[in-house]
Design a protein around this ligand. Structure first.
Ligand SMILES: O=C(O)CCC(=O)C(=O)O
Length: 307
């Protein structure tokens, strides 16, 4: 087996590990919260309806097939290496918004399976953000390390991320990666926790606090300096991972030898009783942290173009 890779470098064996799988009951909110407290994440296997997840995968890839970016059968998610998105679509923002609003996708991201887990997790009714982050990642792509808290802090401080693989996402296809023990890196967490986001929440400030320090070196050097490991898993269709805003994460590189596009979606959940008037994340047309809505997202660009 080839070694997991991040930002074009193989991760040395001693710096890589597997995410722990939660073996408890998904209805046991106390146990799940304990896992988040201890490890920063809880990985649940087989809690989503596989048929629903696959229907969403097909829905998204059919839209990408329409613009020539994946080949038939769309559900396999194999990139064509071409794109006609710019010729065929007048408004890329509206296109991406409609893909993110697809009924099959929303049936999973906002459906009863995820909601049930998050209700138990919070110990009260939960509410998903309307804005979701669908991520089709072609070979060679990865997401840089960051904490989520700076993006979502302001009205609710209990927001958690749910990350859903749409189909199997083996390690070689560049799934989510979590830095082990990063929920206890107080030197990195305290400044972002103590920042006054009501006063200063420009996208520039958020991007800087989420990304700057963790990316001041490459992830392998970072892991070595912190005496920790980069954790990931062979994700399976039906899995769900939940993590907090103070868990440092990114992704491995997509190294698929068959050109498979890695498809996932991250969706934020918060307790339903917390305020939900942040126009960045709620409403018919949420504007996102940079103000441009779905048009600001990496997925809004043709798959053939650099992120
Ligand atoms: O899927 C990825 O590449 C990164 C996901 C992420 O950053 C998130 O869920 O907050």
């Amino acid at each position: 087996m080839t070694r997991p890779q991040i930002q074009q470098a193989e991760i040395p064996a001693e710096l890589f590990g597997h995410l722990l799988v939660y073996s408890g009951d998904p209805a046991d909110g106390t146990a799940m919260r304990r896992h988040i407290e201890d490890d920063g994440y809880v990985l649940l296997r087989n809690v989503l309806d596989r048929d629903e997840v696959l229907a969403a995968r097909e829905e998204v890839f059919l839209r990408l097939e329409e613009v020539g970016e994946v080949v038939s059968p769309a559900i396999d998610g194999i990139a064509s290496g071409e794109s006609h998105r710019r010729e065929l679509i007048r408004d890329l923002n509206t296109f991406w918004e409609s893909v993110n609003g697809g009924p099959a996708l929303r049936r999973v991201t906002h459906g009863s399976r995820v909601r049930r887990v998050m209700n138990e997790f919070f110990g009260e009714l939960s509410r998903p953000h309307d804005l979701v982050y669908l991520r089709p990642a072609v070979v060679g792509r990865s997401t840089r390390l960051h904490y989520d808290f700076p993006f979502f802090a302001r009205r609710s401080f209990r927001i958690h991320t749910t990350w859903i693989p749409f189909g199997d996402v083996p390690i070689g296809d560049g799934p989510l990666m979590i830095v082990e023990g990063s929920n206890r890196f107080s030197d990195l967490i305290d400044p972002i926790r103590n920042h006054d986001y009501e006063k200063s929440h420009s996208d520039e400030v958020i991007q800087r606090s989420a990304y700057e320090i963790p990316n001041s070196t490459d992830p392998i050097t970072f892991a070595r300096m912190r005496k920790t490991r980069l954790l990931s898993a062979d994700f399976q269709c039906g899995d769900l991972i939940v993590f907090g805003g103070f868990t440092l994460h990114g992704s491995l590189d997509n190294c698929s030898s068959v050109g498979r596009v890695r498809l996932s979606c991250d969706v934020r959940y918060q307790p339903a009783t917390d305020p939900f008037d942040d126009e960045r994340y709620f409403g018919i047309r949420p504007v996102g942290s940079n103000g441009g809505g779905y048009g600001d997202m990496k997925g809004a660009r043709p798959l053939t173009e650099p992120w």
